[in-house]
Design a protein around this ligand. Sequence first.
Ligand code: F3S
Length: 63
Amino acid sequence: MRITVDGGKCAGHAQCHAVAPDVFELDEVGYAVPFAGEAPPGLEEQAGRGADACPEGAITIEN
Ligand code: F3S
């Protein structure tokens, strides 16, 4: 499972971190830290919930 967090779309809603704190990090002002890469092993379900929670569609999941 590949995760992409698009920093250009993130508006700082922080819902990704609220529901998937082990997958998505926030920076000092509450925006998701941009990331592209494989989901941490065992955290795929959490990653999916985080992506679904983002109202901006800033997180893309590819299986
Ligand atoms: Fe940003 Fe969406 Fe998370 S707007 S902080 S990626 S919920």
